[in-house]
Design a protein around this ligand. Sequence first.
Ligand code: SF4
Length: 100
Amino acid sequence: MFQMAHMAPTLAWAGQPRDDKNGATTKMESVSMRVVANLNICQGHARCEDLCPEIFSTDAIEGKVVIAQPEFPAELEEKVRIAVRNCPEGALRVAKGGKA
Ligand code: SF4
């Protein structure tokens, strides 16, 4: 006869922390967001700097965007996204995680 005693189901709601059989805890972690620029198409309009100077500036010599803090804090997400949407060259994008 087939015994299922060793196959007790693990109940967990999606996204809820749970302990696995080794005692490790799965924690919900916030996903970091970062903004990246394609300097090959940036034309140095500085519109991004006007809209979110906490993150963007422009290099006076190269005339390209400079991103002071690629992994921006959550409280600046809306401003960063507005700057990204308003870049006339489409040179900016927001990506999740450490690598873009
Ligand atoms: S608005 Fe776009 S093209 Fe202009 S400086 Fe910023 S990233 Fe570059």
